[in-house]
Write a protein that binds this ligand. Sequence first.
Ligand code: MP5
Length: 209
Amino acid sequence: MTATDHLLDANRDLWPRILAHPFVRAAADGSLPQEAFDRWLVEDHYFVVGFRRFLARLLELAPDEDARDVLAGGLAALTPELELFRRTAVERGLDLTDEPCPTNLGYTAFCQAAPADGFAVGLTVLYGAEQAYLDAWTAVRDEAGQRSPYWSFIDNWSSPAFGAYVADIAALVDRVTGGTPDRACEQAFRRVVRFELRFWDAVSHAESW
Ligand code: MP5
């Protein structure tokens, strides 16, 4: 069993709920209300802006060139991703400076604080967030299809290129943890899983202060 198999197995009670979340299901079957998508877009833009700073910190902490190659690739992909968010926000008349909801602020701050607990913990947080989005949007991909109005976003996190990036991160987690995540990594991963679920809840129910 690899380190990431172990992390996913320890969270088998919650992980399927990410894929089965009503927001994710509605994005797949075409019944997602436009306002819900718009809320997600503004919230997720805030998350990705914070996540890029987290990833840059992680890149700085990386132990060797192989690890830096993986992380620098992820960082580079965030420029076109953020451009997609900005372009779509203009098209849909959305204000990306809206205040993020408490769950989003908490999740983003949690990610940004994680590298203070060491590279392995930070990397585990990165892995959890990316695998969660890969699995969620892969579950949407086939059912929604290319005619979905949200295809650019669906494709962004379910493409073979993104899958390969997540597999590279998983291999790196396995290497830096020596195949066995310690207690701090396990706890950080559990928190990511919980935050991912709360994030879908928050955008579904228009959580606010
Ligand atoms: C990701 C995301 C994936 N955009 N939003 C949440 C709530 N979780 C994970 O991160 P990235 O950097 O967009 O691939």
